[in-house]
Every structure is written in structure tokens, then in C-alpha cells.
Design a protein around this ligand. Structure first.
Ligand SMILES: *[C@@H]1O[C@H](CO)[C@@H](O)[C@H](O)[C@H]1NC(C)=O
Ligand SMILES: *[C@@H]1O[C@H](CO)[C@@H](O)[C@H](O)[C@H]1NC(C)=O
Length: 191
């Protein structure tokens, strides 16, 4: 029932957004949902104030929240996104695992809340496979799927449940460049 309501709400939201430039915001949750087998939203954030940056939360929109992430395997499918781990970047606060900012030249990632698993993967490597290449990256942060739309999260919506949010160095190591940088389908495993 909750899932049906969510799909319905998403369909309405996307219909309303069709004439707006923010159409990509409609694609994102749909794409995320396709990969997020067995993991339904646990709730939603409905912010009352808008923020002006392009990806920031907007008043009147509903952003699903997730406690879970999809089950992991030796090749867990995920969406890789680009994160700025440095002070003053769009990553918001210092990394959750160690309380520090990180250089974007370090191979580091943040994982969606369910995969972050209360910090149990902190400072451990995961192996990311994409673009015919493979790279190790250290988990230093949570991509918070439960909270967002506030200053601590740089006014970004909650993370989708199936995200590996990676530094520029990870993208570089995977040789993903140009227009492909930003959002990319990957698989990952514990290393
Ligand atoms: C994280 O901790 C909470 C509270 O102790 C627990 O309910 C939850 O199952 C834990 N989540 C994971 C993924 O380990
Ligand atoms: C990186 O990708 C480019 C094409 O985008 C290719 O020409 C080059 O050989 C690749 N480098 C490696 C190390 O695979």
C-alpha cells in the first residue's frame, strides 16, 4: 500500500514537473527505484522552505526517505554520484566516519544509509566495478537516506537508498570523464 501511494505520488510529481526545467529530478528517483529492489521508502520529507541551488530541496515537494538499502552481494548494483568531500564543498559537514574533510584526490566514498550500516563499513575499502575497470575506495561517510533538506546536508534531498557517492579521484581512476561524470551505474562489493 505504501509503495502504491509512493508510485502514485511520484507519477503526480513528475506530471507536474514536465514543463519545468527540473525534469531530471523526476528521472532520478525512478532510476533509483529500479535498482532498489526490496527496499521501499520508510517515510518522506516535506520541506516548508525552498533553497535556490539547482539540486536543493524545494518547498511543496515530497522527498522519500529510506532506512534500508538493497541487499548486498558480490556485485551489488548501485548508482555512483559525484561528491565534494572538501571543506566548503557540497558534501556538507565533515565525513561521518572520522569527523574530517577529505581531499577530492583521495579515493573515498559515502554510502547510502542502509549500506553505511551504522558505520560498520567505516574506513574499510569497497571495490567498485564500472566502465570495464575496477578500483578500491575507502568508505568515509554516510549518504544520508533518512535526513536532508537542512544546512547539515547542504540543503540536498535525502540520498536514494542505492548510492555510492564518490570523490573525483574515484571517477578518474575508473576513467569516466566528460558528460558521463555525475551519475553512473556501477557494481560494488566489500573488499
Ligand atoms: C543500526 O542501529 C539501529 C539502532 O541500534 C538498528 O535498529 C539498525 O538495525 C542498525 N542498522 C544496520 C543496517 O545495522
Ligand atoms: C580511458 O578512456 C579513453 C576513452 O574515453 C580511452 O581512449 C583510454 O584508453 C582509456 N584509458 C584506460 C586506462 O583505459
Amino acid at each position: 500500500m505504501a509503495a502504491t501511494n509512493y508510485l502514485f505520488a511520484l507519477a503526480i510529481a513528475c506530471l507536474l514537473l514536465v514543463p519545468l526545467p527540473g525534469l531530471s529530478r523526476c528521472d532520478d528517483p525512478r532510476r533509483g527505484r529500479d535498482l532498489a529492489e526490496g527496499c521501499n521508502p520508510s517515510g518522506a520529507l516535506r520541506p516548508t522552505t525552498s533553497h535556490s541551488c539547482e539540486d536543493c530541496c524545494k518547498a511543496g515537494q515530497s522527498y522519500p526517505t529510506y532506512v534500508c538499502s538493497p541487499p548486498t552481494s558480490s556485485a551489488t548494483r548501485a548508482v555512483m554520484t559525484l561528491n565534494d568531500f572538501e571543506a566548503g564543498g557540497d558534501g556538507g559537514d565533515p565525513s561521518e566516519c572520522d569527523g574530517h574533510f577529505h581531499k577530492n584526490t583521495e579515493r573515498v566514498v559515502a554510502l547510502s544509509t542502509g549500506w553505511y550500516a551504522n558505520g560498520s563499513r567505516c574506513n574499510k575499502n569497497i571495490r567498485i566495478n564500472a566502465n570495464g575497470m575496477s578500483v578500491l575506495a575507502k568508505v568515509v561517510d554516510e549518504c544520508d537516506s533518512l535526513h536532508g533538506c537542512d544546512r547539515e546536508h547542504a540543503f540536498q534531498p535525502p540520498c536514494r537508498p542505492n548510492v555510492v557517492d564518490a570523490s573525483q579521484a574515484v571517477w578518474d581512476a575508473l576513467n569516466i570523464t566528460g558528460d558521463d561524470v555525475g551519475e553512473y551505474d556501477i557494481t560494488w562489493s566489500d573488499a
